[in-house]
Design a protein around this ligand. Structure first.
Ligand code: 5GP
Length: 217
């Protein structure tokens, strides 16, 4: 339990946590594990024009929309960011982000470097960006094969694009090599814990310290 847990004015600002990686580096698994382990984190569900893969559910994995609906969402200013990725469009709906920040809870984004870059000017200090690297390109390819979601052509295409995504590693606050899911999850949670403790996030601190040492100080 942290020092502020039982204080009535305990409050903090929510974090926007961006987790990016080439596909196959473990981003989805780490995201799922984090959501299970930490009730203060909710997932941002993107809208996409990509067709669903087998087993994907609209409203859970993505909001699967057609081009006309995506155009309407752009025109209505419903996205905090959107980008073209692998020939489809992906965008982050604005409303859940605002709600999470108002509640003081954290929101996790599985988005690419283009999305991270667009969030920066709007959310600045509330944004924490993490890039996951695979231990090797051989291991990345192996993981893409074992998850068995994509055809050989799609896997070859993802491998071709992986280097281009990895090139953006230096734009992130934190960079982790995902050799092992549990270790990597531990590292992600340590980053979140440290970021939550930053003075600028703890909006209840002034009152807490006033109570602690008295108003005369
Ligand atoms: P996939 O089609 O494999 O689910 O996702 C392809 C890529 O699109 C991933 O790198 C994922 O992080 C990225 N992505 C998913 N949703 C969004 C989004 O809303 N915005 C941006 N910029 N990228 C996204």
């Amino acid at each position: 339990m942290d020092a502020l847990s039982d204080h009535p004015v305990r409050s903090r600002r929510g974090l926007l946590i961006v987790l990016s990686s080439p596909s196959g580096a473990g981003k989805s698994t780490i995201s799922r594990m984090l959501l299970d382990a930490d009730r203060d984190v909710t997932m941002s569900i993107s809208a996409t024009t990509r067709p669903p893969r087998p087993g994907e559910i609209t409203g859970v994995d993505y909001f699967f929309v057609d081009d006309a609906e995506f155009d309407r969402m752009i025109a209505a200013n419903e996205f905090v960011e959107w980008a073209h990725v692998f020939g489809h469009r992906y965008g982050t709906p604005k409303a859940p982000v605002k709600q999470a920040l108002r509640r003081g809870s954290d929101i996790l984004f599985d988005i690419d470097w283009q999305g991270a870059r667009q969030l920066e000017p709007d959310f600045g200090e509330h944004l924490v960006t993490i890039f996951l690297l695979p231990p090797s390109m051989t291991e990345l390819e192996h993981r893409l094969h074992t998850r068995a979601q994509d055809s050989e052509d799609v896997i070859a295409d993802r491998m071709r694009r992986a280097a281009g995504e990895i090139e953006h590693w230096a734009e992130y606050d934190y960079v982790l090599v995902n050799r092992d899911m549990d270790t990597c999850l531990g590292e992600v949670r340590a980053i979140i814990s440290a970021e939550r403790s930053r003075r600028i996030r703890q909006t209840g601190l002034v009152e807490f310290v006033r109570d602690l040492i008295g108003p005369q100080h």
